[in-house]
Design a binder for this molecule. Structure first.
Ligand SMILES: Nc1ncnc2c1ncn2[C@@H]1O[C@H](COP(=O)(O)OP(=O)(O)OP(=O)(O)O)[C@@H](O)[C@H]1O
Length: 248
């Protein structure tokens, strides 16, 4: 992936197994977020291809990927901060029959039924995330950790199969972090969601991820268990290089 003359991701090749929680780690600037942006469709790669369930999706727009079940965490858009927590869940519900005027006109009962179903799902998600007590608070007013839970909730309101989480632990306190981890694990184990997780918090990576992919300078350095990756001298060198770079 090129940004002008700078190649941020280069010859980066990996696959993610269905049902896994795959960790994506690497020093700052390694290209992790750029890879996410390409998988989500926000960036069109300058070369190479991206496949989802064996289908080439490189040229597919983000919303088409979304409909195929590949989603990114739903960071709460600025304009949604004034909406309540429950409303933030309801607005991301999958396509409803009420979305076209024509179908609306033909079947008000069907629309009402779909709305009731959305509301049921939203409350179920809130209960699962243990956020019912803040259901009517504005999203902009809840804590950082609660926001991360809500973002996860917005993901599970869809029929996603693959969820991309970019630094879910950032700015989250320890208690809520463990809760977030539990929810991710449950969604993976019991509901079959596949996750790719970018994270600098190595404890979280160790607890949740198998396998772990380490990137450096736009490439995959190594892939394996957390222990294998952690003890690989190339990984230590890459992180050390980052620190030395920061010190100069
Ligand atoms: N839109 C852009 N224009 C120019 N350069 C970019 C752009 N986006 C990313 N880069 C550069 O590409 C490289 C990879 O960035 P990226 O954000 O993917 O790294 P990262 O591994 O996610 O880093 P971090 O852990 O710090 O978030 C960096 O050198 C970054 O400065």
């Amino acid at each position: 992936m090129d940004f002008g003359s700078f190649r941020a991701v280069d010859g980066c090749s990996f696959s993610v197994a269905k049902g896994s929680i795959t960790g994506l780690v690497g020093p700052n600037g390694a290209g992790k977020t750029t890879v996410f942006n390409m998988i989500a469709g926000a960036l069109r790669p300058s070369g190479g291809r991206i496949a989802y369930r064996g289908e080439d999706i490189t040229a597919l727009a983000p919303d088409r990927r979304f409909h195929k079940g590949a989603v990114r965490t739903f960071q709460i858009p600025h304009e949604f901060h004034h909406l309540s927590v429950i409303e933030n869940l309801m607005v991301v519900a999958p396509a409803q029959p009420g979305e076209t005027l024509l179908s609306n006109w033909f079947s008000r009962a069907r629309v009402r039924k779909a709305e009731a179903e959305t509301s049921r799902r939203a409350w179920e998600a809130l209960e699962f995330l243990e956020l019912t007590h803040v259901a009517h608070q504005r999203a902009g007013q809840i804590s950082g950790g609660q926001k991360k839970l809500l973002e996860l909730g917005r993901t599970i309101m869809t029929d996603a199969e693959l969820v991309l989480l970019d630094e879910p632990a950032a700015g989250v306190n320890r208690t809520l972090l463990r809760k977030l981890e539990e929810k991710i694990e449950y969604l993976n184990r019991e509901r079959g969601y596949t996750f790719i997780l970018i994270e600098h918090d190595m404890e979280m990576i160790e607890r949740l991820c198998e396998p772990v992919i380490c990137m450096a300078e736009g490439k995959v350095l190594i892939e394996g268990s957390f222990q294998t990756v952690r003890s690989d001298p190339r990984v230590l060198e890459a992180y050390l290089g980052e620190r030395q770079g920061a010190a100069t």
